[in-house]
Design a protein around this ligand. Structure first.
Ligand code: GDP
Ligand code: MN
Length: 361
């Protein structure tokens, strides 16, 4: 789950990293209340989950007198299609230099990777492309309580010493918050010291419970419902809805759709022993995603009884065509129920997927 800048800054601050004075406002009127505390120059920053906000017009500088108008202007914008509902208003820092600092979980080495560059800011991607050497990297064993001094020295080079402290603090954030990414770009120096002028934090979705977060707000309504009912459910971009039981069969169904030139819209694994109600819920959930024009149900009856599955599909009564392949326990009865209601039930997975792909052509 991605945190917004102001949420990440709150956490960074708890770990001792300095952040600019600031307040979050939800409308231009709130600007007036907070202005006195913020000094003569401010920065207004749209709180949206969009990369390259600055370049896309999501960050505006203003003096205090014009701040309400500037806030009104920023609230009226949509940045890369995302409307601005919250603005972080901060004191404007007199920046001397911008650095880049990013800490991630490195999947290949299964360790923590720290990236640091002496020239940070909005051009970091171009810098990294033109001059890969400009971005220094260090790999840290996650069992270490702190980033070793020799690594900090090799990362920071001639940068001020306080930068090393921030790297270590951000390392603690990553480890203790179960984050996949913790980034400060730019990390800036001013006469008053080192500040995180921007903040990014992505938490590991699998660790949200441990972090005391009950709702993953990055999920769609359907993904949240699926989670609630214990379905494995993923959304893609095609038009065929897929329901299977067991991860293997479900993935095989997806592969076959791809091989036959089709595109899955989503897929749902109902798990083992799914009864009538569970199947009904699953079909409605998959059908509820915009863009799903046909649904293929591929289930193997073991503990799962085919007649129960058939009744669940009929109960769901969705608008889209549902093509079914059912095999196993009580197969004949399942087939009778479905065919009586006019559903297409095919004997093999190849035939069922073929029919679904043809229906979307
Ligand atoms: P991003 O585009 O979403 O990464 O937004 P950032 O928060 O990183 O801001 C983009 C750029 O705006 C920074 O690289 C700075 O150059 C500038 N900026 C942001 N905050 C301040 C500030 O307090 N003072 C000054 N002078 N510039 C700032
Ligand atoms: Mn930034």
């Amino acid at each position: 789950m991605k945190l917004l800048e102001y949420e990440a800054k709150n956490i960074f601050e708890n770990y001792g990293i300095r952040v600019p004075e600031g307040v979050v406002i939800n409308n231009p009127d709130e600007m007036m209340i907070h202005l006195p505390g913020l000094g003569p120059d401010v920065v207004l920053k749209a709180q949206i989950d969009v990369g390259g906000r600055g370049k896309a017009g999501g960050i505006l500088m203003s003096d205090a007198a014009n701040a309400p108008n500037t806030a009104r202007e920023l609230f009226s914008r949509t940045i890369k299609g995302v409307p601005v509902a919250k603005i972080l208003v901060e004191e404007r820092l007199p920046i001397e230099h911008e650095y880049y600092l990013s800490i991630t979980l490195d999947r290949s080495s299964k360790q923590i990777m720290i990236l640091f560059a002496e020239t940070g800011g909005v051009e970091i991607e171009e810098t990294a492309q033109k001059d890969p050497e400009a971005v220094r990297r260090a790999i840290v064993n996650p069992l270490l309580a702190d980033v070793p001094q020799f690594l900090l020295r090799s990362l920071t080079g001639s940068a001020p010493k306080e930068i090393s402290t921030v790297i270590n603090q951000l390392y603690h954030v990553l480890v203790e918050k179960d984050a996949l990414l913790a980034e400060i770009n730019p990390l800036v120096t001013t006469k008053q010291g080192v500040y995180a002028a921007d903040a990014k934090l992505i938490l590991d979705d699998n660790a949200l419970g441990r972090q005391g977060i009950t709702v993953n707000r990055d999920l769609t309504e359907r993904e949240k419902e699926a989670e609630l009912h214990g379905f494995s459910y993923v959304e893609l971009a095609g038009s065929i809805g897929v329901i299977g039981n067991g991860a293997g069969l479900t993935m095989a169904t997806l592969d076959l759709i791809g091989q036959l030139g089709g595109h899955a819209a989503n897929f749902l694994d109902v798990g083992g022993g799914a009864g009538r109600e569970r199947v009904c819920r699953a079909v409605r959930l998959v059908a509820g995603m915009p863009g799903v024009s046909v649904i293929v149900v591929n289930l193997l009856g073991g503990i799962t009884r085919c007649d129960e599955v058939a009744r669940g599909i009929v109960d769901a009564g969705v608008d889209q065509q549902v093509i079914v392949r059912l095999a196993g326990t009580n197969e004949t009865e399942g087939k009778r129920i479905l065919e009586e209601k006019g559903y297409l039930m095919l004997d093999t997975m190849e035939e069922a997927v073929q029919a679904a792909v043809e229906a979307t052509e």
